[in-house]
Design a protein around this ligand. Structure first.
Ligand SMILES: *[C@@H]1O[C@H](CO)[C@@H](O)[C@H](O)[C@H]1NC(C)=O
Ligand SMILES: *[C@@H]1O[C@H](CO)[C@@H](O)[C@H](O)[C@H]1NC(C)=O
Ligand SMILES: *[C@@H]1O[C@H](CO)[C@@H](O)[C@H](O)[C@H]1NC(C)=O
Length: 161
């Protein structure tokens, strides 16, 4: 049992060490070098997002001129219709940083003129940060799983520290 506790402590501490030793969270420049603009087709931002992985803790950087463009974060329903019935958040000053603090689907568009209809809209699926989930989950998992996890973390720590 004492061994088990040691392993759990090793697991938690190594996971904590691991998560703080992680490289800095990614800042995604939306649209790459084009930034946030009205694109020539309606798939431009889908094509851009398809090459990325978005994780909780990352940031989006929207590069745009204030008053020419803006950003609305909305529900899927509004996103599909370029509607603004359920605005979650809005940004008017460019460049804008958006913190990705929640996992799941996120929807953004530009509400000026027909920019949204023209394809200035971005939907992304934000993944959980696996390391922080594992660290917080370690307290509630079954002893067997924790022991196994602890063993891995322990070995990982022996190898990497
Ligand atoms: C959409 O426009 C971008 C930027 O000009 C281009 O790279 C991309 O190939 C276009 N996509 C389609 C499906 O035409
Ligand atoms: C995204 O994640 C997948 C699967 O984990 C990986 O194969 C791919 O290289 C990642 N892409 C980027 C841009 O990090
Ligand atoms: C976004 O995260 C940074 C730290 O990474 C923080 O300083 C900033 O206040 C956050 N912005 C918002 C709007 O929560």
């Amino acid at each position: 049992m004492a061994k088990e506790i040691l392993l759990v402590l090793a697991a938690v501490s190594c996971l904590l060490v691991g998560s703080t030793a992680q490289p800095a969270h990614v800042v995604h420049i939306v649209g790459g070098s084009k930034g946030w603009y009205t694109p020539p087709n309606t798939t431009f931002y889908d094509e851009w997002a398809a090459k990325k992985n978005f994780t909780v803790g990352d940031k989006l950087m929207f590069l745009f001129h204030s008053s020419v463009y803006n950003i609305m974060q909305v529900t899927k329903e509004d996103f599909d219709k370029c509607d603004d019935r359920h605005v979650i958040n809005r940004w008017f000053i460019g460049p804008a940083f958006v913190n990705l603090t929640e996992p799941g689907m996120h929807y953004y568009y530009d509400s000026i003129g027909l920019h949204c209809e023209a394809g200035q809209k971005l939907s992304i699926n934000v993944q959980e940060n696996k390391l922080s989930v594992a660290a917080s989950g370690a307290h509630v998992t079954t002893p067997k799983f924790v022991g196994l996890l602890g063993l891995f973390a322990y070995l990982a720590c022996l190898l990497f520290m």
